[in-house]
Design a protein around this ligand. Structure first.
Ligand code: KIV
Length: 277
């Protein structure tokens, strides 16, 4: 494993035209695997709600749940930067409460950065968290925590007016001190324009190839989802769900047939000790 990724090096790597990588993880074993694969930023997304905890969306996810999963991921990561995703209503009420909750990700769960969703409405909150010494990743475009206000889970910025607003929000967030920006479900040319307009690296998810880096939900790219709707921007790089089904069925079949455990999986006892028993 190489040295820990240096947050300040991301801007330099953007400048050098090097592509950056971000992926979600929610537990220790997957955190270890993605870290060993050399991923730069490991996002403990609030997508844990629908991906792992079985909620219908991200809205019910609590601070305690996020801290629990972020702790597990931090224990598995030594090279990548860990991002703790602030859940809905953990940063939307007051700025002091947002700073306290952001601080909990760092102090109690080992996160290197926090992420929160939104533009203009969260600029003061972002500035205050950064002033408190906590690096922040922004999130614009389709922001799932406010998807209802956006008219559902749909591409954002297809009109010039909305694209202009997303660009203006990106610039304001950069001014407030964000270190990275996730762009979710925006047209490729809009993401390209934003990427060229900010110094900090952008990470696209459904935002085309011109972003400085890409981010995907781990379970989506592994083919480990529930088999429901798969967004157009997801590419399945593996079929781990199928591999799990095959392995577990084989285990069940062998137990039922009495062929597992075999002698090589079994502990023995010396005859003289067994006699005494
Ligand atoms: O929660 C999450 O996984 C995210 C990604 C989709 C960027 O915010």
């Amino acid at each position: 494993m190489g040295d820990k990724v240096d947050l300040s090096s991301l801007v330099v790597r953007k400048g050098a035209g090097e592509k950056l990588t971000m992926i979600t993880a929610y537990d220790y074993p997957f955190a270890r695997l993605v870290d060993e694969a050399g991923i730069d930023l490991i996002l403990v997304g609030d997508s844990v709600g629908n991906v792992v905890l079985g909620y219908p969306d991200t809205l019910p996810v609590t601070m305690d749940e996020m801290l629990h999963h972020t702790r597990a991921v931090s224990r598995g990561v030594s090279r990548g930067l860990v991002i703790g995703d602030m859940p809905f209503m953990s940063y939307n009420v007051t700025v002091p409460e947002a700073i306290i909750n952001a601080g909990r990700f760092v102090k109690e769960a080992g996160a290197d950065l926090i992420k929160l969703e939104g533009g203009e409405a969260v600029v003061d909150t972002v500035a205050a968290i950064v002033r408190a010494g906590i690096p922040v990743c922004g999130h614009l475009g389709l922001t799932p925590q406010t998807a209802t206000q956006l008219g559902g889970y749909r591409v954002q910025g297809r009109t010039a007016a909305v694209a202009q607003k997303i660009l203006a929000d990106a610039l304001r967030l950069e001014e407030a001190g964000i270190s990275a920006l996730v762009l979710e479900c925006v047209p490729d040319r809009v993401a390209e324009r934003i990427t060229a307009s900010v110094r900090i690296p952008t990470f696209g998810i459904g935002a085309g190839p011109a972003c400085d880096g890409q981010v995907l939900v781990l379970h989506d790219l592994l083919g480990l989802g529930g088999g429901g709707f798969q967004p157009r921007f997801v590419k399945r790089f593996g079929e781990v769900g199928e591999a799990v089904r095959t392995a577990v069925s084989a285990y069940r079949d062998e137990v039922v047939a009495g062929t597992f455990p075999a002698s090589e999986h079994t502990f023995t006892m010396a005859d003289d000790e067994f006699e005494k028993l």
